[in-house]
Write a protein that binds this ligand. Structure first.
Ligand code: ADP
Ligand code: GLC
Length: 482
């Protein structure tokens, strides 16, 4: 089967979060199962820096606009581990400082930027090879499904090609003003509540949900959660309607990237049988965060995250005064919303011996935090899958999480540390504090803690099985459409 991926991120070239990890690893797993996969992403400035002057494979694709056309190039990103990469090159849209926004807000032309990506992928596929199925990711690629089933409806080569949409995060939907219908040359009769309209906006993700042949999301629990008002963010109604075509498939992990036995980014390698290297990683991490004289009995709690409301930083801020009274140090790596950046920096200034923050995006440091911490904190308000807690397990770093989405599905708390982590329910920060206290209690019992680490390190969330589940979804849509 030939599968074309369309997405706004793919690691390591373009990454702000877990979407990039999935778009990088899932295609490789599909290739291992014998399928052919092509991945299209924008040729962002950051991609151009990493891959300057790739061969041009299509000199000009026409992207029509109301009174003019844009012309984009498609670049050959080469084949890595069997996966063909293509870049959509449109400098006025993608040769920018960042992918989606500046500190003062989203780029105002995001609808055009990602609408163009979708049209370019369709047009390029007609030239490079029409796939058996399109697999689109999040709102940024959702327009592909909408276009296929509307303005491309009568295209004889695309008519029978299904599209599968994966919702990585229903909190980001791509809301744009009504005039977007005209800019993207979409018929006005699609601007209704049953199709693209929501609160007088054009909602890209909603369009993707309405027009894709099948929908997946990245854990079973989140697949249920998004059908409720609390997590559906206004899309719960349409998701309930489509629940027969909605599947929760838990993300896997790319263990070539995230395994302390071979990780290139950490101070020393280690395994479940020989944890000496983890101590070295702990020392290295504390040094990197400028923390001195941290005793072995002190628990090092790590955080790697986008700084966003989703991630539950308000809970952490609320318990900070209590937390610092415990025998812990807290090291946080992240970037994102300025509000949280400032708040967390303030916390670190208030408790310099206990709390450290590095405000940046730094892949090497993310690996160091995973390897060098004793515990990993992820109190997300919602978490479609969450990859960091799964990485933590492999690094013997015990996750403390809120029981939601993929966190609920991957982390199991049992009395006396008999599970693989700690979790709390509800929205009270006191419940987070309690979970941390439970973790600290087990931490003091070195044997129980060691067993817990072993248990997590033995767990394997590889991509093989999820990839097979995706293939079953693809096959189902192909069958239904023919
Ligand atoms: P989300 O996609 O919602 O941000 P995930 O847990 O699925 O959450 O994935 C986050 C990914 O982004 C992980 O690979 C994590 O290591 C990485 N990441 C997040 N913040 C940073 C950062 N500041 N520096 C480096 N990597 C980061
Ligand atoms: C999103 C979600 C995260 C998930 C990732 C990859 O960014 O917030 O929970 O792990 O996508 O699917």
């Amino acid at each position: 089967m030939h599968i074309v991926f369309a997405a706004s991120e793919c690691a390591p070239l373009a990454k702000t979060g877990g979407l990039a990890d999935v778009v990088s690893a899932l295609p490789r797993a599909l290739v291992k199962l014998g399928h052919k996969v092509s991945v299209f992403i924008p040729y962002y400035r950051q991609v151009a820096k990493a891959v300057p002057h790739p061969p041009i494979i299509i000199e000009s694709v026409t992207i029509p606009y109301p009174s003019y056309n844009r012309f984009v190039r498609v670049l050959d990103g080469g084949v890595t581990e069997g996966v063909q990469m293509y870049f959509v090159d449109c400098p006025e849209f993608f040769d920018r400082e960042s992918f989606y926004s500046t500190p003062s807000g989203d780029y105002p032309d995001n609808a055009e930027r990602f609408g163009l990506l979708c049209r370019a992928v369709i047009e390029a596929s007609k030239i490079l090879g029409v796939p058996d199925v399109f697999h689109v990711h999040d709102w940024q690629a959702s327009m592909l499904s909408v276009l296929l089933r509307s303005t491309y409806y009568f295209d004889p080569v695309l008519r029978h090609v299904p599209a599968v949409l994966t919702i990585h995060n229903a909190g980001y939907q791509g809301w744009f003003p009504p005039r977007t219908m005209e800019t993207l040359l979409l018929p006005w009769d699609m601007f209704t509540f049953e199709k693209l309209e929501e609160n007088d906006t054009v909602n890209f993700l909603k369009g993707g949900i309405v027009y894709s042949d099948a929908l997946t999301t990245v854990s079973r629990t989140y697949a249920e959660e998004i059908k409720t008002p609390e997590f559906g963010n206004g899309l719960e109604g349409i998701l309930q309607q489509r629940s027969g075509d909605l599947f929760g498939i838990l993300n896997g992990v790319d263990y070539e990237e995230w395994d302390p036995e071979i990780d290139r980014n950490i101070a020393a390698h280690y395994t479940a049988d020989n944890l000496a290297g983890k101590k070295e990683c702990r020392r290295d991490l504390l040094h990197a965060f400028g923390l001195k004289n941290v005793r072995e009995e002190t628990a090092v709690i790590g955080v790697v995250s986008r700084f966003a409301t989703q991630k539950g930083f308000d809970f952490i801020v609320e318990i900070m005064d209590k937390l610092v009274q415990e025998d812990i140090v807290l090291v946080m790596l992240g970037s994102g919303e300025e509000y949280y950046e400032r708040l967390l920096v303030e916390m670190a200034e208030r408790y310099p011996d206990k709390v450290r923050v590095q405000v940046k995006y730094d892949n090497v440091m993310a690996h160091k935090v995973e390897a060098g911490s004793d515990m990993f904190l992820m109190p997300s308000r919602y978490e479609p899958c969450g990859l960091n807690q799964i990485y933590s397990l492999k690094y013997g770093t015990i996750p403390i999480v809120r029981a939601t989405g993929g966190l609920e599905d991957t982390i199991d708390e049992q009395p006396m540390g008999a599970g693989n982590g700690f979790k709390f329910w509800g929205y009270e920060s006191a419940a987070l504090m309690d979970a941390i206290l439970r973790a600290l209690e087990v931490f003091r019992d070195k044997e129980a803690w060691g067993r817990m680490m072993q248990r997590g390190m033995a767990q394997h969330f590889a991509w093989d099985e999820p990839a097979k589940e995706y293939v079953r979804v693809y096959e189902r849509t192909i069958q239904n459409r023919s």
